[in-house]
Design a protein around this ligand. Structure first.
Ligand code: AMP
Length: 437
């Protein structure tokens, strides 16, 4: 299938051609016709699938086709909300690219910087507003933003909004929108709270799901390195020197951890920089731009800061720490192997992270290939910990099973019931513990 099969108008087709894209990605092939028909859409897809163009292209087409010739200030017709500044800027860049022959105008607003430039851009008028929730609400309250003419509303990365505590802001923003509008809702995962929120926003949407397992497993080569916690830095240095990739993204679970990694790499003469929540928005954006321009080879990031990082040809992702939420693993490795590229993702696993690893492998429905041919391989400790855990669990369940059996044999119904109850309780606790991990 080509983009022209999707009945996209020539000025946008030309802009897509300029980007060098020939065929729509699966989410684009499904979403673009649905959105051009004017339907609401519930998209379950992660970044890296081409989902931004999937909503930006039809949006620009609709704006172009309904453009009025009236002179005067432009009124906001479309609102796109994104959880992070990085992602908002990226969406706005996409709009700028795809609209270069249609003439739509967009503005991006986000917190962490002075509002003056943003408010004067708003005063001059635009067709599309891309915003993070906090700054948007702030400017609504101050009277700089009016949403009463919005015809298209996009909520991107809804699950991340929830994680970041933006849900109340979103609900407040929705009350400011006209009820007659086309709404689009994107989320990488669909937990219950997100489904509930989507019901408040969408009419009867078409649902498009792009399975994360497929997108990641097909395009990203994934490798697992067993290593003790204390050897992780040395393994990192070893791999960076061995692989000599142009751009490597390293994920750390904590901000301090990220800074520690940068300090260590500096000592080893490897240029790297960190982005995380303790850095100002401005410095995060600058670092990201420099990384994109290949000014330094290693970027160390925490999950929140890394949302929306779109570096074309990012060759390697290293999970220095395993994420405790399995879906985050998919997000992380989705930074490499974007759209049509092939990527590589390496995960370090120490003995305290085996449960996280298990959950990830369950989610992606595959065992990540273990690489043991390196100087820091340390599977022994992990095997010992695993064996101990299994033994403990087996012993406990055998213990309660034998008690139930003996109560049965003695015909002691009271004892039997009590043992069954405690066994149930034990199994429940075990399941709960497993879930928590
Ligand atoms: P997204 O999921 O929107 O963050 O897009 C992921 C990456 O794929 C970005 O670098 C896009 O520019 C790129 N991309 C989007 N659509 C296509 C396409 N049809 N073919 C190739 N690359 C694409």
């Amino acid at each position: 299938m080509t983009f022209s099969d999707l009945e996209i108008i020539t000025p946008i087709l030309k802009a897509i051609e300029d980007k060098g894209y020939k065929n729509p990605t699966p989410i684009q092939a499904e979403a673009i016709p649905t959105l051009l028909e004017g339907k609401d859409l519930l998209g379950c897809a992660q970044t890296g699938t081409g989902k931004t163009a999937a909503f930006v292209v039809p949006l620009l087409q609709k704006l172009f086709l309904t453009k009025s010739n009236k002179k005067g200030k432009r009124m906001l017709k479309a609102l796109i909300i994104s959880p992070t500044r990085e992602l908002a800027i990226q969406i706005n860049d996409n709009i700028t690219n795809y609209s270069k022959y249609t003439g739509s105008k967009s503005i991006v607003i986000y917190g962490g910087i002075r509002q003056h430039k943003q408010t004067s851009a708003l005063r001059n008028g635009a067709d599309i507003l891309v915003a993070t929730p906090g700054r948007l609400l702030d400017l609504i309250v101050q009277g700089y933003v009016r949403l009463n003419k919005i015809e298209y509303f996009v909520l991107d990365e809804a699950d991340q909004m929830l994680d970041m505590g933006f849900i109340h802001d979103i609900k407040k923003i929705i009350t400011k929108l006209p009820t007659k509008r086309q709404s689009l809702f994107f989320s990488a995962t669909m937990p219950e709270a997100i489904i509930e929120l989507s019901k408040q926003i969408l009419g009867s949407p078409k649902r498009v799901t792009i399975e994360p397992e497929k997108t990641t497993a097909e395009k990203v080569s994934q490798y697992l390195y067993y290593v003790s916690k204390s050897d992780k830095v040395d393994l990192l240095k070893y791999l960076i020197n061995k692989k000599r990739k142009k751009s490597t993204l390293v994920f750390s679970r904590t901000k301090h951890g990220a800074d520690r990694i940068v300090r260590f790499l500096k000592k080893s003469n490897i240029k790297s920089e960190a982005i995380h929540g303790n850095k100002s928005q401005n410095s995060r954006q600058k670092t990201l731009q420099r990384f994109k321009k290949n000014k330094f080879p290693v970027l160390v990031a925490t999950d929140i800061a890394a949302r929306g990082i779109d570096v074309s040809k990012l060759s390697l992702v290293i999970n220095y720490d395993i994420p405790n939420v399995p879906e985050t693993y998919i997000h992380r490795i989705g930074r490499t192997g974007r759209a049509q590229e092939v990527g590589e993702a390496i995960t370090f696993c120490s003995s305290s992270e085996t449960n996280f690893l298990k959950n990830i492998q369950k989610l992606i429905n595959q065992q990540i290939q273990i690489i043991s041919d390196h100087p820091f391989h340390n599977q022994k400790n992990i095997d010992i910990v695993e064996k101990r855990k299994n033994k403990k669990n087996k012993k406990k369940s055998r213990f309660s099973a034998s008690k139930i059996r003996s109560a049965k044999e003695q015909g002691d119904n009271l004892k039997l019931e009590s043992k069954k109850r405690s066994s149930k309780k034990f199994n429940f606790k075990r399941r709960f513990k497993r879930k928590k991990n």
